[in-house]
Design a binder for this molecule. Sequence first.
Ligand code: XYM
Length: 329
Amino acid sequence: MKLAVIEGDGIGREVIPAALEVLDTFGLDIEKVSLELGYARWERTGAAMTEEDLDLIKECDAVLFGAITTVPDPNYKSILLAIRKGLDLYANVRPIKPLPGIAGVTGRSDFDFVIVRENTEGLYSGIEELHEDAAYTRRVITRRGSERIAAYACELAKKRDNRLTIVHKSNVIKADKLFLDVCRETAEDYGVESSDMLVDAMAYSLMKQPEKYDVVVTTNLYGDILSDMSGALVGSLGLLPSANIGEKYAFFEPVHGSAPDIAGKGIANPLAAILCVKMLLEWLGEKKASLVDEAVSHVLQNKIITPDLGGTSGTADVGHAVAEYLRSH
Ligand code: XYM
């Protein structure tokens, strides 16, 4: 299998080497194709990503991605969104589960839910009109887009607790009514128990009663916001991995961004990227994928942790410790 490796910007360049060290311990037959993409490349060459880059990515089976910086400059377009669209990665899957011994802001560890976020339309449609005194971004909700994300979420719910929560704001945003209706119908077709929540109420409820949720399906921007917020539930944004899944390709990236404030210091938490490797291994059907969880528990128990979790270890120390555990088990 062929894996595109995109470190990107900022701490992406620090966490991906740690994740690759972990992947390498599995000794799989993986051909890696490294691509330099993102803001740093844009500053250097004027192009963050070219058509040729996208073609190279399309020749791979999957992507391991670090993080990129996206600036609000109207001339700069997010390459992350371009790749998600280019590879038609319609499902952004973000498991939110506490890790052993790490307390989140609520102090609870009895929750285990997955945010399934529609990843190709919504407010990230890229259909925009920018004028000096007014600016418009079109929020796109289609039946096909809603159907396929709802179907993905229902398939996942069937493997879990068979419960789906549809998150929307259809009382004020009428386009959300289509999303809600399609998700409800799909859940019924699949025999999945569904309920719905307004996104603002959901933000509150996730902080108060995260244990109530199993699979959460929502539109692009809401999923982006709720998943970062969920970083606080598990104790650090540096602990959340995600998978962007399409019909043909899969793309794995930490939920966190490029974190310019700590970039270059070697202190970024690599566990989100390492857990992305676990998701990649699962996607590949690798039976030993769950060993990554064991290795992560091992380093947490031994307090080999970065400053975001109150520790003093560096990114590479954590990566080495996880890899060392895997090499000896
Ligand atoms: O270019 O955190 O930063 O998943 O969608 C961020 C894209 S916006 C960008 C995300 C997300």
